[in-house]
Unconditional design. Structure first.
Lengths: 262, 318
């Protein structure tokens, strides 16, 4: 097969590597703009409200349901081993180490990531970003930096809410079956959780938040082909950020286990 | 517009505040559970083998968690020096002669270090002290014992196999019992005999029951014997009399014995009469002589009756 001289490899592979370079440039620009005046505090607070407060209900509900479902699913095997009393510990470890950060990140990727991708994408295709540029407003700083900072800051907080609400959901189920008190449940749940687990979850959530917002902003900021491109940008933002979240989770687990000495 | 922005700022602040409270509560709970904020001191113990003990594993003293394993380092040849961070509050209760051993937190639980023993007379442990180690029963030891038991079990089952084979072949008492028809018949017969014996016993018991019922009937001898006190007294008196009679009979017997002794004695007249042969012959001849004398006397007397001197007298008498 004769390779076209237009591409180094193929069109798709070339586009992928071009994307890698562009994302690198995008991230570098973000850090440059982050520490450069003026700081868009008001817009950042507004984005915090949109990303954090507006996502709280959805994430809390999801966490609560997952807490109940996970407890219900985990009980039979533990009961068959005569280890039903280990249920709170299992839930504690599962929520703090994995479920809390992952569920929050995936819900945020679906809600916040797609929102950022679609919003910035539509602004791009309707040339609002160019207009901002023309009116001496740094669109990257106003649109991207604020969203990325807000998402990065809000996601660990959302993760804490999700973990707490999820464990409360689990508690209701445990209490209904074993009549365990709230104090005993939380003592048992946290007895197997270490500081490292908590800090690991918080730090991971920072990375997940950053990833979701950066991917969403990048896709939206580089949207093309009109309204079709907006949808594509939103879709790509969700899919790619979800993939990156799992990849980051894999690396984070390796690092945490290494620190744990496992 | 401005008020909306302000309101959102407050809501975001509240949102952040509650999130941070959750984080701090979680950290404090974990800290309290893991005694992270408690003052600690460090002691150590050197083990030959630590069975997978890790830094962070719990240390128990009298069943209470008093600290965690802080470090594991190789020392000497192949020994492991285990550093232990113990709560300061437990220091006064752990003595210098206390021992440390590796145990397990449940059957499938984590490894833990158990501090035990320690005498009252010994001083409390100090920072940097090294505890003596106690012998622990590791899983390997348990498996070894289990393996030994398995071997025994195999030997036992082998024996049983041999026994059952012999039984099936009809060897030995048990085998014969199970396979020999004659033995079976005998046993059957014995059982039948036992059955009939049991029937007889039942009948006997029934008869006995009737008999005892009669015995218990008022007015019967046995009943009177048991219940009538006057009868008992009469019997008692009778027995006493019988005793006297027996005593008298005993005296008579003694006299008779004496008499028979005399009879056997040849010095006594009766003894001579009974036992002396020549005397008997003499007596015999005497009796014979007496007989002839009597005959002659009769004849003489007959003659006298016819004598004239006495004839008158005899006539009168007639």
């Amino acid at each position: 097969m004769k390779r076209s001289k237009e591409f180094v490899f193929t069109r798709r592979i070339d586009a992928f590597f071009q994307d890698v370079l562009n994302i690198h440039r995008f991230i570098t620009r973000f850090f440059k703009e982050l520490f450069r005046r003026p700081f868009e505090f008001k817009e950042t607070i507004h984005q915090c409200y949109v990303v954090g407060v507006k996502s709280l209900l959805l994430i809390s509900l999801t966490g609560f349901v997952i807490g109940i479902v996970f407890t219900k699913q985990s009980r039979p095997p533990l009961v068959s081993f005569g280890a039903a009393s280990w249920l709170p510990s299992l839930i504690g470890i599962a929520f703090v180490r994995a479920i809390g950060p992952l569920v929050t990140a995936l819900i945020a990727a679906g809600k916040v990531g797609s929102n950022i991708g679609a919003e910035l994408g539509s602004m791009k295709v309707t040339e609002q970003i160019d207009a901002m540029d023309m009116s001496a407003v740094n669109p990257f700083k106003y649109l991207v930096v604020t969203r990325v900072v807000a998402t990065t800051v809000m996601l660990p907080i959302l993760m804490l809410y999700c973990t707490f609400v999820g464990m409360m959901g689990s508690y209701f189920n445990v209490h209904a079956n074993e009549l365990t008190s709230l104090t005993t449940y939380f003592q048992s749940a946290f007895s197997s959780v270490s500081f490292l687990d908590v800090w690991s979850a918080v730090i991971r959530s920072f990375f997940y938040g950053f990833t979701i917002a950066i991917v969403g902003s990048y896709r939206g900021f580089n949207a093309t082909n009109g309204t079709q491109g907006v949808g594509k940008a939103a879709n790509r933002a969700v899919v790619f950020s979800m993939f990156l979240i799992f990849a980051e989770e894999l690396v984070a687990v390796q690092i945490t286990n290494w620190i744990h000495g496992l | 517009m401005k008020s909306t922005i302000k309101r959102r700022g407050i809501i975001v602040g509240l949102f952040l505040f509650i999130g941070l409270i959750i984080l701090m509560t979680g950290i404090l709970t974990i800290g309290n559970l893991h005694n992270s904020f408690v003052k600690k001191f460090e002691i150590s113990a050197t083990f030959d083998e630590v069975s997978g003990l890790q830094a962070g594993n719990n240390i128990w003293f009298s069943g209470v968690k008093v600290g965690t394993v802080s470090s594991l380092n190789f020392c000497k040849k192949s020994q492991v020096k285990v550093g232990m961070k113990i709560d300061q509050a437990a220091r006064t209760y752990i003595r210098k002669d206390a021992k440390a051993k590796i145990a397990s937190d449940g059957l499938i639980g984590n490894k833990i270090i158990v501090i035990y023993e320690g005498s009252e007379s010994a001083l409390p442990v100090q920072n940097g002290d090294t505890l003596a180690i106690g012998k622990t029963l590791s899983t390997d030891d348990m498996m070894k014992t289990l393996q030994e038991n398995n071997k025994n079990l195999v030997a036992i089952t082998g024996d049983f196999k041999e026994i059952s084979k012999k039984i099936l072949a009809g060897e030995g008492t048990l085998g014969k019992l199970l396979t020999d028809e004659t033995l079976y018949d005998n046993v059957n017969l014995t059982v039948a005999t036992l059955k009939s014996a049991a029937l007889n016993a039942e009948k006997l018991t029934a008869s006995l029951s009737i008999y005892t019922a009669k015995m218990n009937q008022e007015g019967s001898l046995t009943n009177n014997l048991v219940t009538d006190t006057t009868l008992f007294n009469s019997i008692k008196a009778t027995v006493a009399q019988l005793k006297d009679i027996a005593k008298a009979a005993s005296g008579i017997t003694a006299n008779l014995k004496l008499a028979t002794g005399d009879l056997n004695n040849t010095n006594t007249p009766v003894g001579v009469l009974l036992h002396d042969q020549p005397a008997a012959t003499d007596i015999k001849s005497t009796i014979k002589n007496l007989e002839s004398s009597t005959q002659k006397l009769n004849e003489d007397l007959e003659a006298l009756q016819h004598n004239f001197l006495l004839r008158g007298y005899f006539k009168k008498k007639k």
